[in-house]
Design a protein around this ligand. Structure first.
Ligand code: GLN
Length: 379
């Protein structure tokens, strides 16, 4: 029988090995896909075309604040549609479930993110992840005038990121001056009574929301905040009322990847959201926030490398939500990953040893003092 100190020692050894495995797996995937040149950088918002197509970062953050990151993880880019579930959460907090459901549904469309015509029989946009639904959701942010609404939105993102949030003015102006399709969607919804009169103000706020600057690490922290029941693992601050976590993750699961949502649910099996600047983030409840940044997109507007990395991570670590039903399930748990499931060639990196504990749920208490252990490689 192990004495308590032997037990602690072995737990600590195990957690060093687990950290090494996660880090090695991210490292391996970064190496594997860093030369993949498929896809094209978005240019329908002209400023987005300035991104370097080769930028590539992968990050994972646990609910107890461990950070794993590889590549260009400090490169800033705009959040774009990855903002949509977070603003949906704010609308739910501001108005409650029933009022929000009257303005925007929860049904996948199977259509492109910027589809114009698809409103349901009550004239609602289908879900908060397509542009029509997101514009309707943004229009519900409470506040006395555009500045207060903008400030409330920035405050929301501050809580999720754990630092002050900023709008990229060039991207904002670029989309504002060219976003006629979104303008058409908004006026169509005005016609159907789904948004109020102040269409240009609503569009400005929507374009500002899409132009918030993030890094890959920020997105993984935001994912980890949702994985942690709404509490930011780095600051201990609550970003989303626990009552609405389920709503936000459900629409991400069913609608987050647009017309790839079904295939994504089948092959990756995690709530996720992509953005046209090249970010994708995914949530493993109670376990992990994952983010990938790579600006080359497929025809549906999802990052090519981002999809490949998430698919492999999910398969290799048994992260699909229904893997929990398998006998040898690893139950979405990096800490239960069998060594054999690592990507071929993955090596253990043994230099991240730091003593550290996870509670019995594998979930941090949200303490502001949570230790952040950085496992980083910049290539
Ligand atoms: N701002 C972008 C738009 O409305 C967001 C789209 C996206 O990231 N899929 O077109």
């Amino acid at each position: 029988m192990n004495t308590p100190s032997k037990q602690n020692e072995s737990n600590s050894m195990r957690s060093i090995t687990e950290r090494s495995r996660i880090f090695a797996a991210l490292n391996e995937l970064h190496l594997k896909y860093r030369n993949l040149g498929e896809g094209a950088v978005a240019d329908y918002i002209p400023e987005l075309a300035r991104a370097n197509p080769d930028w590539f970062a992968i990050c994972a953050v646990t609910p107890d604040g461990q950070i794993y990151e590889i590549g260009d993880y400090e490169q800033q880019f705009t959040i774009q549609s990855m903002s949509k579930p977070f603003v949906y959460g704010l609308a739910l907090e501001d108005h409650g479930r029933d009022a929000v459901l009257q303005r925007v549904g929860v049904e996948p469309t199977g259509d492109a993110f910027n589809s114009i015509i698809k409103l349901d029989s009550s004239n609602r946009p289908h879900n908060p992840c397509v542009n029509a639904g997101a514009i309707a959701t943004t229009s519900m942010i409470k506040g006395n005038g555009p500045t207060e609404r903008l400030n409330r939105m920035l405050e929301l993102f501050r809580k999720y990121i754990g630092r002050k949030a900023y709008v990229d003015m060039s991207v904002f102006m670029s989309e504002r001056t060219t976003g006629h399709r979104n303008r058409a969607i908004a006026y169509l919804m005005l016609n159907f009574g789904m948004i109020e009169n102040e269409v240009e103000q609503i569009l400005d706020l929507y374009f500002q929301q899409c132009s918030i600057l993030v890094t890959c690490r920020d997105m993984a922290v935001m994912g980890a905040t949702l994985a942690n029941g709404g509490v930011n693992p780095l600051t201990g601050e609550r970003a989303l009322d626990a009552n609405y976590i389920r709503d936000v993750l459900t629409v991400m699961y069913t609608c987050g990847m647009y017309d790839y949502a079904g295939e994504w649910a089948y092959s990756v099996g995690l709530p996720a959201k992509s953005g046209v600047a090249g970010g994708i983030f995914a949530v493993v409840p109670n376990k992990l926030g994952i983010a990938v940044y790579s600006p080359r997109l497929d025809p549906r507007g999802n990052s090519v490398r981002g999809i490949r990395v998430c698919e492999e991570l999910s398969q290799n670590f048994g992260m699909h939500l229904f893997d929990a039903l398998l006998d040898q399930s690893v139950g979405c748990a990096p800490d239960k990953t069998p060594a054999g499931s690592l990507p071929e060639g993955a090596v253990e990196v043994g230099d991240q040893a730091t003593s550290h504990s996870i509670n019995e749920n594998g979930c941090a208490s949200g303490s502001a003092n949570a230790a952040n252990i950085l496992n980083s490689v910049r290539r």
